[in-house]
Design a protein around this ligand. Structure first.
Ligand code: F6P
Length: 361
């Protein structure tokens, strides 16, 4: 903890970008309260992620803006998926707009709260000479260099509650219920909520699934009197056959199948394979809504106040991260352009298997 109100950073801008999640406002509060109360910094709020920095949608934040927002879902700043380094048809130089606004508003630093896309843009802006500090936000928990991002725990609670609810209706109807979680190309959210909810089958992108293995597992359960089952499938999951295809071929096959989402396809494949009545549930955006869990409030606040201390020390070009269960930081090059996936030798996979979970193989 710093005990000086001296700060290298006098004025910084703050933005939230990418998918929203519970905990964003807790993190904003953590950064701003520490920066304002402890270091008397000037704070400029940037609306709508990087789009606000391009368009100059920037205004001063005062204590009334960041007090009382700890428990609020979403982000008071708004967000977007604007990608300034992605070239566009009209040839607008978004990076130049950003640099011009950064200077016009006399920013000493830019704090970006986001996932791997946001922190990748932050890294590229740091390469352009801006002083950038990233915070790891996403329900996917797929940010390289950070053990746990805020938003993940809150989404896991939503998914687990949904799985709990599906148990009773599955049992009443002797059905197989397939529930789809978010997580983009990583399986963290599906895996952890599947274990928390007692999923009988958990399918994640990192382990391409074999529908025959899943069928055998479900039929074995039925033979032992468990005539209902819960199958948790992460949205990025793919079959063993698809894993051997080129992306283009995979896309073509999926378009021909015309299932709205992977859960509906897996449900249809299970019915064909086993003859068991099967239904699909896609959780969608409820996983991103609501108020932050207590754990995410603490983690987001820790990340935020740690970032304020880093601003005071003039530490830029980094992303705050949970490392070995402590709050630290990594160079922005660490998450840039990467996705943290579930290692196939992660001990938690064996934990799932040890309690009888089928991982799709
Ligand atoms: O990155 C968070 C996330 O919710 C992913 O899990 C999901 O695939 C994606 O965002 C949805 O993106 P959008 O909000 O743009 O529809």
């Amino acid at each position: 903890m710093s005990n000086s109100d001296k700060s290298v950073t006098k004025t910084f801008g703050i933005l939230t970008a990418g998918g929203d999640c519970p905990g964003l406002n807790a993190a904003i509060r953590g950064v701003c309260r520490a920066a304002y109360d402890r270091y008397h910094m000037n704070i400029l709020g940037i609306a709508g992620g990087y789009r606000g920095l391009i368009n100059g949608d920037i205004r001063p934040l005062h204590p009334g803006d960041f007090w009382g927002i700890l428990t609020r879902g979403g982000t008071i700043l708004g967000t977007s998926r604007e990608k300034p380094f992605k070239s566009n048809e009209i040839g607008e130089d978004k990076v130049k707009e950003i640099k011009d606004n950064y200077r016009k508003h006399k920013l000493d630093a830019l704090v970006v709260l986001g996932g791997n896309g946001t922190n990748t843009t932050g890294y590229l802006l740091a390469q352009e000479g801006l002083n950038v500090l990233g915070l790891p936000k996403t329900i996917d928990n797929d940010i390289e260099g950070c053990e746990r991002s805020f938003g993940f725990h809150s989404a896991m609670a939503v998914c687990t509650d949904a799985i709990d609810k599906l148990h009773s209706t599955a049992e009443s109807h002797n059905r197989v219920m397939v529930i789809e979680t978010m997580g983009r190309k990583a399986g963290w959210l599906g895996l952890y909520s599947g274990i928390a909810g007692g999923g009988d089958v958990i399918i994640i992108p990192e382990i391409p699934y074999d529908i025959k293995a899943i069928g055998r597992h479900l039929k074995e359960r039925a033979k032992n009197g468990r005539t209902f089952s819960i199958v948790v499938v992460a949205e990025g999951a793919l079959s063993a056959e698809e894993a051997n295809m080129e992306k283009k071929e995979r896309k073509k096959i999926r378009n021909e199948m015309a299932y709205p989402s992977i859960a509906y396809r897996v449900a249809a494949e299970i019915e064909t394979e086993t003859g068991m009545e099967t239904r699909a549930t896609v959780l969608g955006y409820v996983q991103r809504g609501g108020i932050p869990s207590a754990s995410d409030r603490v983690l987001a606040t820790r990340f935020g106040t740690f970032a304020a201390d880093m601003l005071a020390r003039g530490e830029y070009g980094k992303m705050v991260a949970q490392i070995a269960n402590e709050v630290g930081s990594v160079d922005l090059s660490v998450p840039a352009g990467k996705t943290k996936k579930v290692p196939t030798d992660d001990p938690i996979l064996d934990t799932a298997v040890a309690v009888g979970t089928c991982l799709g193989v």
